[in-house]
Design a protein around this ligand. Structure first.
Ligand code: ADP
Ligand code: MG
Ligand code: ZN
Length: 609
């Protein structure tokens, strides 16, 4: 709106200026003036060559009679005004029209205004418009240096409530106190209780930290000042610090309110141990610390911050009186996932067969953002199939789309590749079935996916597990290696299709040795610790290099034993492997029930023999 107004006034000004310039120019260029001397004027007068004369204060403007040979040549002559009392008489007797202009007697002040001040004002207006739009385009960069124009994002009402955040019950519980405080600060200050100035929301990406902060503001019904950590870090030293100052000043004015600093690790990184240093970030951090100490929390300003790397934060930020509360926003468990699905399911039309519990079971490890995405993908699929309600099948397909990418129907595999992929996938499934004696998979497909998988086995989810026994981990490794084992047992040929299986099996085996104390060789000695727990959770070795070489040997042993076991398992069930694989090659996708039917028919036939 504002933009359009200024654009319109800019256009009007520009038009006005062109108009003025144009009229001025046209008056000058209309005719060319030529000076002549007074005697020439007198002779022209005698020869009747003059049409009219304009008597000005200092000169005479002479319009000659039109020349018939060249009528376009409209020259106007002028000559200096000579004191000549007979002039009027002479003109009259020669029959020349004469006059004197009224405008010529303009006061000098008006002339001055017209010729100097007006153009100056006009140019000033145009110039300032240009500057304005220029600096807007540059995002207030270099031109507004020194003047802090922090992109503070203020919401009077976030419109999000705690009901929109599902599956984070502990986090919500610990934030309720803050909400209550924002409602009635007096209740707390009366007793003399000091509320935490700030709370730090910690957890993996996509678990709903930003959402929770908004929900707190929404529940408390207070304004929400939010700024991302990277907004503070600018090219110029000192800008970030002044933004922090600004933010707190504004917030204090509209207390009670919430200040939310997202991704605070961008400024709050530990100051020790980073080489070279970053003056700007350090200054910003110092300013933040100073502001947090300086402001009076009894006024009702609460600072929330979010990060997924709490371990890199400066210790000074975490000491009491600053972000002394930590609210863990972890990946949701089974119940939590179901609740999140329900929250997002409210926004779409659902068919009767939708069962969110099943979906929750199939999505272990997914965070809130993934689940929200899945519900949306399911709705998109329902629309593209011309339905007006989301069915369970849409949801399952969406889970696969989010995990493994979209089906890639146009990718043509050769007959031989198809066979290999089918045996590989059935190998996984069969190994799982033989070890657990239950239906191992929800679905097996050999339709390639956009994210690279040629085939895909969707594991049958069991109960949510928090603990795994040593035997279970070994079984899992056998299942992972059974894909490659099937290739070798049946085709006596190995392919690149097992790379991901190998990676995961090796990781499991290594964790058994280094973290879970499950090897005879090292017993309970811890050899690795986890860094960045809320991001990738990368393990870091804590042992000497000789030990590390020994670890590799033990890991190799575990993997070799498991691979042998996988091959034995498949060799013992070759008939089932062949039957199920051939069926899969025919149909490209089979469900878990079909898998079990074929498996059971083979084994019962065997036991009759
Ligand atoms: P984070 O800040 O932790 O990275 P966000 O708060 O930005 O994650 O979450 C992204 C989106 O995922 C949210 O807008 C919401 O739609 C969905 N989401 C994440 N966690 C939850 C949750 N616990 N309940 C409901 N929706 C969630
Ligand atoms: Mg976030
Ligand atoms: Zn595999």
């Amino acid at each position: 709106m504002q933009n359009r107004k200024s654009l319109i006034s800019y256009i009007i000004t520009a038009l006005l200026i062109t108009l003025i310039i144009n009229t001025l120019l046209s008056r000058v260029s209309q005719s060319s003036l030529e000076e002549i001397d007074y005697s020439r004027f007198l002779s022209m007068l005698k020869n009747n060559e003059i049409e009219s004369v304009e008597i000005q204060s200092d000169r005479l403007l002479i319009t000659p009679v039109e020349d018939e040979n060249s009528p376009a040549d409209k020259k106007i002559y002028y000559t200096g005004y000579l004191y000549d009392p007979e002039l009027v008489n002479k003109l009259e007797s020669a029959g020349v029209k004469f006059s004197t202009p009224v405008t010529d007697k303009q006061s000098p002040i008006i002339t001055f205004i017209l010729s100097w001040i007006l153009p100056f004002v006009l140019f000033y207006i145009v110039g300032s418009f240009l500057m304005n739009s220029l600096s807007k385009k540059m995002g207030g960069g270099a031109m507004s240096f020194g003047k802090s124009n922090a992109k503070i994002y203020i919401e009077k009402k976030t419109g999000v409530t705690l009901n929109d955040v599902a599956g984070q019950e502990e986090a919500k519980e610990s934030l309720k106190e803050i909400i209550d405080f924002l409602h009635k600060p007096e209740k707390y200050t009366k007793i003399g209780a000091k509320l935490p100035k700030g709370a730090l929301l910690v957890g993996p990406p996509g678990t709903g930290k930003t959402l929770l902060a908004k929900a707190v503001a929404g529940e408390a019904n207070v304004p929400f000042f939010s700024l991302s950590g990277s907004d503070f870090v600018e090219m110029f030293v000192g800008v970030g610090a002044s933004r922090v100052r600004d933010l707190f000043k504004q917030a204090e004015k509209s207390a009670p309110c919430i200040i939310f600093i997202d991704e605070i690790d961008a400024i709050g990184k530990s100051r020790e141990g980073n080489m070279g240093g970053n003056d700007e970030r350090e200054q910003t951090l110092n300013q933040l610390l100073a502001e947090m100490d300086g402001f009076d929390s009894s006024k009702g300003v609460v600072i929330l911050a979010a990060t997924n790397r709490p371990e890199v934060l400066d210790k000074a930020l975490l000491r009491p009186g600053r972000f002394d509360r930590r609210v863990i926003v972890d990946k949701p468990d089974l119940k939590g996932r179901e609740a999140i699905l329900r929250v997002h399911g409210k926004n779409v039309k659902l068919a009767d067969d939708v069962n969110f519990e099943e979906i929750a079971l199939a999505t272990a490890g997914a965070v809130g953002a993934d689940l929200a995405n899945m519900v949306n993908e399911a709705a998109l699929r329902a629309v593209s199939l011309g339905r007006d309600r989301v069915q369970q099948a849409d949801l399952f397909e969406a889970v696969e789309t989010v995990i493994a990418g979209k089906e890639k129907k146009d990718r043509i595999m050769t007959e031989e590749e198809k066979r290999l992929v089918a045996y590989h996938e059935v190998g996984h499934a069969l190994a799982a079935a033989m070890q657990k004696q239950t239906q191992p998979v929800h679905k097996i497909t050999i339709v390639p996916r956009t994210m690279g998988a040629l085939g895909y086995t969707m594991q049958m989810p069991e109960k949510e597990k928090y603990l795994m026994s040593k035997d279970e981990i070994l079984e899992q490794i056998v299942v992972l290696l059974a894909g490659r084992a099937a290739e070798e047992v049946v085709f006596n040929k190995i392919t690149t299709g097992a790379s991901n299986d190998i990676e995961r099996a090796t990781e499991l085996a290594r964790q058994m040795v280094t973290m879970y104390g499950m090897s005879d060789k090292f017993g309970m000695m811890g050899l690795e610790s986890i860094q960045n727990r809320y991001l990738d959770g990368r393990p870091v070795q804590t042992c000497s290099s000789e030990t590390s070489a020994e670890v590799d040997r033990v890991v190799l042993q575990i993997i070799a034993q498991c691979y042998e076991k996988a091959k034995t398992l498949l060799n013992d069930n070759l008939e089932a492997l062949n039957k199920i694989s051939e069926h899969l090659i025919q149909k490209e996708t089979i469900m878990g029930e079909e898998f079990m039917e074929i498996l059971n028919s083979v084994s019962s036939a065997n036991s009759i023999e």
